[in-house]
Write a protein that binds this ligand. Sequence first.
Ligand SMILES: Nc1nc2c(ncn2[C@@H]2O[C@H](COP(=O)(O)O[C@H]3[C@@H](O)[C@H](n4cnc5c(=O)[nH]c(N)nc54)O[C@@H]3COP(=O)(O)O)[C@@H](O)[C@H]2O)c(=O)[nH]1
Length: 707
Amino acid sequence: MSHSILQRNEAPHIVTRNSLGRAIEQTLHQWVDAINAIASPIFIHDQECRIVRANRAYAARAGLKPGEFVGKPYWEVFPKGKGPLPGCVHAYKEHQTDEGRDEVVTAEGNIFLSNSFVIRDKFGEYLHSVHVMEDITERYRAEAQQRIASQVFNSTAESIMILDARMSIIDVNQAYTATTGYSLTEVAGRKPWHIEAMVDKTLFDSVRKTLRLCDHWRGETRKQRKNGEIYPALLNFSVVRDARGRSCRYILMFNDISDLKATQEHYEYLANHDRLTGLPNRNLFYDRLQHGLDKAMRSKEKLAVMFIDLDNFKNINDTMGHEMGDLVLSQTAERLRACTRKEDTIARLGGDEFTVLAEDLHDPVGVVSSTASRIIEMLAQPFHFDGQEAQVSASVGIALYPDNGPDLQNLLKNADAAMYQAKLTGKNNYQFFTEYMNVKAKQRVQMDRDLRHALKNGELFLAYQPQIELDSGRIIGVEALLRWRHPQLGLIPPQQFIPVAESSGLILSLGDWVMNAACNQIAEWEKRGMNGFRVAVNLSARQFRHNHLAESIRNIIAEKNADPTLLEIELTESAMMDDTEQASRTMHQLKDMGIHIAVDDFGMGYSSLNYLKRFPIDSLKIDGNFIREVASSEDDAAIATAIITMGHSMQLKVIAEGVETQEQLGFLRARDCDAVQGFFMSHPMRAEKMTAILGVDPGCFAATRED
Ligand SMILES: Nc1nc2c(ncn2[C@@H]2O[C@H](COP(=O)(O)O[C@H]3[C@@H](O)[C@H](n4cnc5c(=O)[nH]c(N)nc54)O[C@@H]3COP(=O)(O)O)[C@@H](O)[C@H]2O)c(=O)[nH]1
């Protein structure tokens, strides 16, 4: 065989050249042409599967010339594989069949269907196989896609509706039926808006308009199930266009987003509400206030903002535990609800700070003052929990719109200033904002500014007040007290500027300044041989809470070359109780350096034996308020006596401050108080004067031993 592609000139070798032969030849030529014209590869192989002939399409598919593949097993040529197709040789040889159908995937990923049939000799023995290969890749893929699409259509959780060009329903998937309760037979041919009462046609009209422009529409709507239940749904509408670009189908997919909405609402709730009390939090309160202000501005109405701060709450938290603290806060919320109007917004801004927003007020002063009175009265009632009783009171500040502020910031600021004033005027009361408070608030800002300047400008100095041991009359210590001489205002008392510095944070720099000055003085006195007494420095709560306090004091001591055992730190009870774990850590660090620790203003706060045992304390300073009436008030006398006895029983030194009279001194001496400090012995004085006294005779106050 010279050529394996079917050739016209092969016919003459087969038939003789007579007229019948010519006719056959012609027929054969036609067949050869026809077979070569077929786009599907066709090949013939022998019993050993070696290629005998093939058409042009086969050669083209194999990418070889005929001479290159004739005689080769076809699986080395096309379709390539490891051996003969399953239905090919064996079944034909064994007479099991005369036809076969196999699918083959080529290395390029095309899929061919091989239709084969057998050619037998006149005895029926197997001679050749003819394979007609059909490229079914596209069809296969299209069918597969259709199968997948149909599977997706029915297995997706998303409800799908297919509408025709006139928006009549053609098909719905299983999820649609599961979600809505409607089967395909119930909805086929109907318009969606005829099925659900909730879905109106205008939605579809507007969707259609959008689809004309951009083929997609996405939005939320409320839908209705067959059982009447309403649910939120997220809709996805898209248009299917035919080859000419005309919309021929609409696909509507939607999800029941009830769960998503519920989760969203839950998160929104969490973001806007206080967990403990369930009240709106700062976020939501500001939102409502802004909304209220917008409305009040438009309709010329009045509204009020009330700031409520619980007095003594911290003590409850610290001494009675957080459970009691939480209970007080959640019951405060209940009580506030009970004494405000239904339409008022009550919020918890944080900690023990609550606010009330009262809108639509015709007689704001009247309504708000009676609400504030009710709040104060209700919150003064004791709280009970687990057999314990807690008592708080409330300070309420009120600012009115539009009188006390044109906007949110000013109203809040002024309500806060009024609340601050309520605290200053003895707590447990309410105050309307006045211009005076504004002036005071501005003064505080000015003072803070001046104080920052004072720090740099050398306007600060320390005064020293001696502490005298009652047994020996010796000066055993001096308290360093900060003084500020303002260039215009003169001497400003610490009670005025220390709270301002505390609230602005400047107290940290002031504290540093004091510690530097005191350690400097210790070193200075030491140099002069005056070292038999300690220098006591006051630390505010904010300073004490500062993370690097011990480290910073250590550095200052080292820098000034001062003896740490001559330094005493005075801490108030509340400063210690702020965070008892941290307080204990810091106190131990100070103690390890050799610094003494005294509890200042003892008796005014917790006076709990428990913490006295836990903290490394050296001495107690009885608050001057108990000393003032100690000679005339039985209660104060009893308290002072109890403190001295308790302190001694715990091996602590007890010192009384604010001693102004001979009687007070006599009382304290009779109760074995260890030391005294007060105007009766000496006012605080400048360092030079103190040095002079110490230089003359540290025992010069021995006279105090005599009554
Ligand atoms: N954090 C810091 N606080 C400080 C610092 N310096 C002072 N202070 C605190 O300011 C408060 C007021 O102090 P001051 O006006 O200096 O008053 C002290 C004494 O002058 C006063 N005192 C002393 N003896 C008497 C007296 O017989 N009668 C009387 N009415 N007052 C007297 O008491 C104040 C000392 O109090 P205490 O600290 O509790 O021992 C005050 O709380 C200071 O602590 C500072 O540097 N940092």
